[in-house]
Design a binder for this molecule. Structure first.
Ligand code: HDE
Length: 699
């Protein structure tokens, strides 16, 4: 059965029905409780009042202990070609099969009501409803983890969550307890580098990679196994916000990421991600200078290529957030034949924790019966009863072996699709120890640092200044400097300078250390598709100009929105009209990828007098986004703080000039060349060349 069909009986539309209690009794008044006299006390016998309030009092379930804030969407997955050589998983065999999926994106640290754009790891959890049962790929957008052994998970989470005495700060790692944990736990070094990079402030869930992090196994029909790591590669590329923007968005639109995803799906711009796998032969397990079971290590893509094996398309929003997004239960232990585990100690611990957490969060062992969690594969077993059991099991037999029912349900053989665990040979003493091969905590942190572009490095340094600068304890700040000197001496010197600590006496040289270019976002896919352009406009604008540019943007899949002082209609010089989408108080430059200022003398004369318009330009420039202006629109730019940038002057013969991502043209009636160049600039995402021009911009 199709997942969508399966959900159908549970969907309920609400129309013109008469109001009832939960027992189906019609209710005559739901605004006044039953009282002894109209100024008297409420009576116990008011069953409607009691039921309504009781239900309300119990509306909340515990939020997830981590990943509390999330957003779920439906979609489907299709494999490109049969993966039979590597795995017998049925959903990875036939390219014509569309496997339904439900994906929940999340932040890790904040509460359910926290902001989307905080600096944090993002969860990327996918439930595949396969014919052979549910398979959950519960990943993050950062490929490594803070710790190597799940027994330390409560420690790292307690350290990063708001401090227990005053519950401050919300959704932030920028406080003493977290950095105290970090300096005492050197294995965090690599993940800290990712967390302080642009990866932790994504532009959109649609522009984010996903990683299974842990090492799993693929097992084929012949029983041959290979180690595997999973990746999701977004077709829009990997892109991020800048920190100032992320902080402002957290105030102006705390729902920025969920709104972006919701809108994209509603508009039919379905996010797509390719599923990639890196595979290592069992015989090659020890051929690397890192342990392939260590979750603080990547398998550099240059060394072990990512094979793209299929594509996921997200094409459906939920009908009800609570029923679907809040109640969905992921678990790395939800696997299907052909996918198996490794001894990665983080994974082993996760295999316990996720099932356990559902018991408290969803109130018992029957959470698989909640519609969003039901497999499309049939369920037959002798499990019975428990809180909220929905199934009415008809047999008197609920045990095995049995003769009364011919021993049904009968265990399936491997040929019948029974899950048989990979027969890995295990021998050893019971020890509370970590392998020597897990002891190198800094080489890959250095590899990451060496792989960053100049702009990305600068962002990491600034993130250290914010995070560690927010720490009160001077000793911890110093220890951070000392710890990150093991990653790169110059990085440590720069951290020290920003946080008032002493630079390392012997800065470590990262000299000729290797790099992994694929971890840099500079090398990602660049497209203008689905980006949003703000157009600043007032009465007396040039309609021909605006409409030509808007048409070109639409043709390139770029969305645009008109922004003005007031909502309503604007009239052009030649009497045409356009509707304003947002005014300055309901939006801001931070909600757009680029800015366009069309000509029209009267429109520009008005805009020049508006502080909001100038702020819009300055802020767009500061955040390194594309700015375009045509004809008189350039005069507005000349009154802003970016007047020092070269722009098309009065004497140019309709020629496009692009300087630092500012695209201009004068004396032009045909907007074709401008639009082409403008769209190309938008596709670059950001123009980091402006990094050193920030001083031009007022705070
Ligand atoms: Fe999780 N993690 N985690 N985690 N995790 C949870 O399960 C846990 C880890 C991840 O959208 C919890 O249902 C342990 C790595 C995602 O519903 C909990 C360890 C990765 C989500 C839990 C880890 C993840 C969770 C909380 C070992 C990336 C959200 C609520 C140190 C591969 C799933 C819940 C959703 C959620 C435990 C580490 C990803 C408590 C013990 C590594 C995406 O069970």
């Amino acid at each position: 059965m199709d997942k969508n069909q399966q959900l159908e009986p549970y969907r309920k539309s609400h129309g013109e029905e008469l109001l009832t209690t939960n027992q189906g009794v019609r209710v005559s008044n739901t605004d006044d409780s039953l009282k002894a006299g109209n100024r008297g006390p409420t009576l116990m016998e008011d069953f409607h009042f009691r039921e309504k309030l009781t239900h309300f009092d119990h509306e909340r379930i515990p939020e997830r202990v981590v990943h509390a804030r999330g957003f779920g969407v439906h979609g489907y997955f299709q494999v490109y070609e049969s993966m039979a050589e590597f795995t017998k998983a049925k959903f990875l065999q036939d390219p014509s099969v569309k496997t339904p999926v439900f994906v929940r994106f999340s932040t890790v640290v904040g509460s359910r009501g926290s902001a989307d754009t905080v600096r944090d790891v993002r969860g990327f959890a996918t439930k595949f409803y396969t014919e052979e049962g549910n398979y959950d790929l519960v990943g993050n957008n950062i490929p490594v983890f803070f710790i190597q052994d799940a027994i330390k998970f409560p420690d790292v989470v307690h350290a990063i969550k708001p401090e227990p005495h005053n519950e401050i700060p919300q959704a932030s790692a920028a406080h003493d307890t977290f950095w105290d944990f970090v300096v005492n736990t050197p294995e965090t070094a690599h993940m800290i580098m990712w967390l302080l990079s642009d990866r932790a402030i994504p532009r959109s869930y649609r522009m984010m990679e996903g990683f299974g992090v842990n090492t799993f196994r693929f097992v084929n029909q012949q029983g041959k196994a290979r180690f595997v790591k999973f990746h999701w590669k977004p077709l829009l590329g990997v892109h991020s916000l800048v920190w100032d923007e992320a902080q402002k968005l957290a105030g102006k639109d705390p729902d920025y990421h969920r709104r972006d995803l919701w809108d994209a799906i509603n508009m039919g711009s379905y996010p797509e991600y390719e599923l990639g796998v890196q595979m290592i032969e069992e015989e090659e397990e020890f051929n690397f200078d890192f342990d392939i079971l260590d979750p603080t290590k990547i398998w550099p893509e240059e060394m072990i290529p990512v094979k793209r094996i299929g594509k996921m398309t997200l094409d459906g929003n939920v009908d009800n957030f609570f029923a679907e997004t809040e109640q969905v239960a992921f678990h790395p232990g939800h696997v299907v034949p052909g996918i198996d585990f490794s001894n990665d100690p983080l994974l082993q611990g996760r295999l316990f924790s996720y099932l356990d957490t559902q018991l408290i969060r969803l109130g018992g062992p029957n959470f698989h019966e909640i519609p969003i969690n039901r497999p499309v594969a049939p369920i037959h077993n002798n499990q019975r009863d428990g809180y909220h059991r929905m199934t009415i099991d008809r047999s008197s037999v609920s045990y095995s072996p049995n003769s009364l029912q011919g021993n049904a349900p009968t265990p399936a053989t491997e040929a019948e699709g029974g899950y048989v665990h990979y027969e890995e040979k295990v021998e050893g003493k019971k020890v509370r120890q970590r392998s020597e091969s897990f002891q190198d905590h800094f080489s890959q942190a250095t590899l990451f640092w060496n792989s960053m572009s100049t702009a990305e490095k600068q962002h990491i340094i600034e993130a250290f200044h914010f995070e560690v600068g927010s720490v009160m304890d001077q000793q911890i700040k110093q220890w951070v400097v000392d710890m990150f000197n093991n990653v790169d001496g110059q990085l440590a010197v720069q951290i020290a300078a920003g946080v008032g600590a002493t630079p390392p006496a012997n800065p470590k040289s990262s000299g000729s250390a290797a790099s992994s270019p694929t971890v840099s976002q500079e090398n990602t896919i660049k497209t203008a598709g689905t980006r949003k352009v703000a157009i600043l406009l007032e009465n007396g604008y040039n309609h021909q100009e605006v409409s030509q540019v808007m048409e070109a943007l639409t043709a390139a899949g770029v969305h645009s929105e008109i922004i003005s002082k007031n909502l309503g209609m604007l009239t052009s010089v030649d009497g045409q009209q356009l509707e304003v989408g947002k005014n300055y108080v309901t939006t801001g430059s931070i909600k757009y990828d680029a800015l366009y200022i069309p000509g029209g003398q009267q429109s520009i004369n008005t805009l020049v007098m508006q502080g909001e318009a100038l702020h819009f330009i300055n802020e767009t420039f500061k955040h390194a986004k594309t700015i375009g202006a045509t004809n008189e629109g350039i005069d507005l730019l000349m009154t802003s703080a970016i007047q020092g940038v070269a722009m098309a002057g009065a004497d140019t013969q309709a020629q496009v000039i692009t300087e630092m991502g500012v695209v201009t043209i004068r004396n032009a009636t045909d907007m074709k060349d401008f639009a082409k160049e403008f769209i190309h600039a938008i596709a670059q995402h950001r123009h980091w060349i402006r990094q050193n021009k920030k001083q031009m911009i007022p705070a």
